[in-house]
Design a protein around this ligand. Sequence first.
Ligand code: SF4
Ligand code: SF4
Length: 55
Amino acid sequence: MSHKITNKCTACGTCVPECPVECISEGDIYVINADACIDCGACVNVCPVEAIVAE
Ligand code: SF4
Ligand code: SF4
């Protein structure tokens, strides 16, 4: 289990500083490193387009 960023991501960057383990990286869409994600959910509520989902 980890959280995942879907292709709804607009690359706004809002989620990056919310992650306590710094596992979100920039890109055309942003990407969560599934091996590092501790599933805390902190990034989910700050995303303006609800692009972050638990999987
Ligand atoms: S769920 Fe938590 S640890 Fe995982 S990417 Fe989001 S903020 Fe980071
Ligand atoms: S907050 Fe949402 S839209 Fe913005 S970079 Fe993160 S996942 Fe993408």
